[in-house]
Design a protein around this ligand. Sequence first.
Ligand code: SER
Length: 591
Amino acid sequence: MKPIELRKQYLDFFRRKQHMVIPSSSLIPENDPSVLFTTAGMHPLVPFLLGEKHPAGKRLTNYQKCIRTGDIDKVGNAWHLTFFEMLGNWSLGDYGKKEAITWSYEFLTKELKIPAGKLAVTVFAGDKDAPFDQESYEVWKNMGLSEIHKYGKEDNWWGPAGKTGPCGPDTEMFYITDQKPCGPKCQPNDNCGRYAEIWNDVFMEYNKTAEGKYEPLKQKNVDTGMGLERTAAVLNGKDDNYQIGALKKALEKVKELSKKEDIKAERIIVDHVRAACFILAEGIVPSNVDQGYVLRRLIRRAIRQEKKLEIEKRFLFTVAEVFLNNYKLLYPELLKNKDFILEQLIREEEKFNATVEKGLKMMRKELETVAVRGVGTRGMIIRGKNMFSGKVAFNLYQTYGFPLEMIEEELKGVLVDKNEFQREFKKHQELSRQGAEKKFAGGLADHSKETTKLHTATHLLHKALRMVLGDYVAQKGSNINPERLRFDFSHPQKLTEPEKKKVEQIVNEQIKNKLPVTLKEMTVNQAKKEGAIGLFGEKYGDKVKVYSIGDFSKEICGGPHVKNTSELGIFKIIKEQAVSAGIRRIKAKLE
Ligand code: SER
């Protein structure tokens, strides 16, 4: 059975059980800034699991594209994927455990024809927050299933997807592969690979609060998720994800390009390129923050496998093309953004190749001093000192774009002083916020220049938004890094395309007008009198700095700013989205 057939069979089955098919949502969660990616089919459904009415009803089903980065280190083995597709069915306060489990069992054994003897399940054993899931246990037992394991929260509890929200005990279904048991007591939570988890029925009956409490939900829900790739693989008698569907095709492509064999390296490339394609299709570009950073890590990690395989440079896009072709019908966003995706992959690969050698040299040099520092006069390792400098690691990260994880991998066992790395990271954030570029050496100064430009662009954007949408638009938050500005503001609905275009156009006009940026210090009262906008909070003290951009904008701000808008380049909105009710967010950049 192909993945595409499994997808269809699943949706058809639940349609027959009166479920409505809903579309796959974006990989970037719409209303949840606490997580970077959609990690499960339930994610876009959180408000409805909490009681809001879903327009499609109480029984839903779909396939959802997901990204999970928690297990990124494990990618390269048979089962772990960064991007995967999840098949799911939901009861929003409708059916309960009995129906959910009965249908899962029916689908697995009757539709997919998996012999009951090849299945094992687990249920929640109970703890201080919630009792043993007796009901699920009984349902499985009555079904005649013999392998039923009871585990605690670490294995049989799912969610919340972010820090707070709906969650609950779950019952997981495993396919028992033909792999030999890892010992006499081999069982699902050994994670030895013999038991492949294929489906999870979660009983979302609790809400985790910010204080860490589990409060019972009024509405009892069911949230299930089946790993499409995994299930398709085991149904085909395969014991890894890469032997079927798009992953297989891409793996063949990688093998074709390689001079050497290394299955782990091949799988990392395949997995990471696929995930990168889907992230790029959302309009994210590689950068040093948020989703952009994950994307950069994925791309660079994939590139680094080229050595092990002796692949020619600039190979990522060739692998990407396999995916763009394969998913063109199911996920049209890939083909629609084909040029952008391929171009970004090529660009990031070139950027990385240009710096990698320099960075590696710097790393080796530092590594030598670690060895020297680490050995005491009598040849003993001095504890605590045989670590790779966190400062140098940060420098490698900042200047050469080496992800920390890659540095650790290259060091083969030598530990990085992570505390020092974090301290440097924070220090840099603070400094770049203040625009204190003088304190930095070399490349970093440029970054501060970029952030300074974006500060000025933020003022132009703020004013332009008030002109286009109305004077009620007020700043609700701002966050700037060398790559982009992020501006949160009050506005009740999504901006239309013409509104966005108009805002861009106004900002770009002011850039073209070469307006001088001037600074005046004054009292808060005077600033108000002069019609300055911005935050009038106490944090600014009695006197405030007011930046004027020609006659166009006047805003209270700590700075820093450029001297003239002509320094800015071309202003472009990359994304417009909701943050919470009544608050929108714009991400924009200068080109
Ligand atoms: N949310 C659950 C999971 O991800 C079921 O879909 O496993």
